[in-house]
Design a protein around this ligand. Structure first.
Ligand code: PLP
Length: 381
């Protein structure tokens, strides 16, 4: 069946007890067992919960995996992946990654004796020199954050696998609507479900999807042992959001493309970073890797400094000043002082995160209203 049909039906079969078309939220923490030492499908909600399982079934179907695991947040999901590694192992990660992932790798994972090397993965050949005999995991984001860099997932998978490492992809920005990393060689797909999967700014969650059953078992073991699971209420809300994922992402991407083209010709804009623009360095790879749209995240730089960007992000009315992204409401932020404040200033400069940068999460409002909102902010700043 087609993606949007599976988003509505897979995992969401009617309730067998009552016929309810929307399944109930199972809040139970524990489940009665058939006998001592005998186990039913569910026994304790950390290990498995019917509402979480429904969402996991949908996500596995949409990403083309053998199974999915839902976590309390995107960071908990990423932490689940790095928790498979041991002291002495090594991770190579892209340098255009979410600030919280950078912090997890450098401030937590490194403490456990795991080496971290960041490289520019827009040129996958950089992986050849960065990967060592100890590298167990390559971690990339495409589009990257906040520069919207595009990394060729298939090329990275080939190199990682030849060198004996797994490839994990944070696909939060692309969503399975636009890119399905498992189908082009990745081993693990990660989502901050807080973003497009949920889609309504009302839940925190994370997800991992894999296609290798033994990798699934390993990650399931970590999840159950560490316990950062998604709660049933969040799983229910996320399942509801996923039903409209394709419609939202396609429409939001169309609006973002329009705004990117308009900003690109604006005399107060230094440059626009959006993979849907032909002048974006990753445009050709994005055309191959992203189907039917280039996403709803875009970054631009003002002709001005930190103060000008600060004034601009404080001047919009519809675009609300907040971190996060991927919901029906449009958001605006300044990466240097907000989403990427956890980078050291030196690393921000090294990785091209300038003070004048502004990141937009384009929502579902009418494109004319969003453009007018940005125009009035230009006039104030
Ligand atoms: N990955 C990306 C690309 C993100 O933007 C975020 C959060 O903004 C995360 C991961 C972390 O997700 P969460 O905030 O759900 O822990």
């Amino acid at each position: 069946m087609e993606f949007r049909t599976r988003a509505i039906h897979d995992g969401n079969e009617k309730c067998s007890e009552t016929g309810a078309i929307v399944r109930p939220i199972h809040m139970a923490s524990t489940f009665v067992q058939p006998g001592a030492g005998e186990w039913g499908e569910f026994d304790y909600s950390r290990s498995g919960n019917p509402t979480r399982k429904a969402l996991e079934t949908t996500l596995a179907s949409l990403e083309g995996g053998c199974g999915a695991l839902c976590f309390a947040s995107g960071m908990a999901a990423t932490h689940g992946v790095v928790s498979m590694l041991r002291s002495g192992d090594h991770i190579v990660a892209g340098c255009d990654i979410y600030g919280g992932t950078y912090r997890l790798l450098h401030k937590i994972t490194e403490r456990a004796g795991i080496g971290i090397t960041l490289v520019d993965t827009t040129d996958p050949s950089n992986l050849e020199t960065a990967i060592t005999d100890s590298t167990k995991l390559v971690w990339i984001e495409s589009p990257g954050n906040p520069r919207m860099t595009i990394t060729d997932i298939a090329a990275c998978a080939k190199i990682a696998h030849r060198r004996g490492a797994l490839l994990g992809v944070d696909s939060t920005f692309a969503t399975p609507v636009l890119t399905r990393p498992l189908e082009i060689g990745a081993d693990i797909v990660m989502h901050s479900a807080t973003k497009y999967l949920g889609g309504h700014s009302d839940l925190m969650g994370g997800a991992l999807v894999v296609h290798d059953p033994s990798l699934f078992e390993e990650l399931y073991f970590v999840q159950n042992a560490t316990g950062a699971i998604m709660g049933p209420l969040e799983a229910f809300l996320c399942s509801r959001g996923v039903k409209t994922l394709e419609l939202r992402v396609r429409e939001q991407s169309r609006t973002a493309q329009h705004l990117a083209e308009w900003l690109d010709s604006h005399n107060l804009v230094e440059r626009v970073l959006y993979p849907g623009l032909p002048n974006h360095p990753g445009h050709e790879v994005a055309k191959e890797q992203m189907q039917g749209g280039f996403g709803a995240m875009l970054t631009f730089e003002l002709r001005g400094d930190f103060a000008a960007a600060k004034l601009f992000v404080e001047s919009t009315r519809l675009f609300q000043l907040a971190v996060s992204l991927g919901a029906v409401e449009s958001l605006i932020e300044q990466p240097a002082s907000m989403s990427h404040a956890s980078y050291d200033a030196e690393d921000r400069a090294k990785h091209g995160i300038s003070d004048g940068m502004i990141r937009l999460s384009v929502g579902l409002e009418a494109v004319e209203d969003l453009q007018a909102d940005l125009e009035q902010a230009f006039q104030k700043s």
